[in-house]
Design a protein around this ligand. Structure first.
Ligand code: ADP
Length: 151
């Protein structure tokens, strides 16, 4: 059976840290679906969602087994629809761990077939976060070193 993983997130914006998780995930999974969610707490985006779909698609255009979608439903439900038995997530620090720990329990409660798989960030990307990039960009700073595409 094909191993399909969903990589869910806000990706506001998608960063080199996210790219690294996806490319390393390809060593484990046959197919990765990057799913940009609108979640209740972060409903106001900074970067337009369709723009982000375009940029991420371009980033992985050479990989036929990576796709990009948007969603506004439970991640666990989306995984069922996409026949994805794995959720791919990245971990940078203990703050990420605390959050990921609880969310993965909830997701498995909602969908018993869903296993979350965590990859530890590569050290060179450990300090990259979407929120810092948004702050730098808001004040016209150069963020090109942190994202794998041109804005
Ligand atoms: P969410 O809003 O769901 O936290 P994000 O877009 O912020 O979505 O992040 C998606 C996933 O990528 C999360 O698992 C997050 O921990 C992980 N991630 C974010 N930045 C990095 C990074 N620099 N290195 C590794 N993983 C990361």
């Amino acid at each position: 059976m094909k191993k399909i993983a969903l990589f869910p997130g806000s990706f506001d914006p998608f960063t080199k840290g996210h790219e690294d998780i996806v490319l390393r995930g390809l060593k484990i999974f046959d197919e990765i679906i990057i799913a940009i969610g609108y979640n209740s707490g972060k409903s106001q985006r900074y970067f337009d969602i369709d723009f982000m779909v375009k940029k991420i698609s371009e980033t992985f255009e050479k990989h036929s087994n990576i796709s990009v979608i948007t969603y506004a439903e439970l991640t666990a439900e989306l995984a069922k629809k996409k026949n994805a038995n794995y959720l791919l997530r990245g971990l940078r620090n203990t703050t990420d761990f605390e959050y990921e720990n609880s969310i993965s329990q909830v997701n498995r409660g909602l969908n018993a077939n869903l296993e979350s798989v965590f990859l530890i960030t590569s050290p060179e990307f450990a300090s990259i976060s979407s929120s810092i990039i948004r702050e730098v960009h808001r004040y016209k700073g150069d963020v090109s070193a942190y994202i794998p595409y041109e804005l």
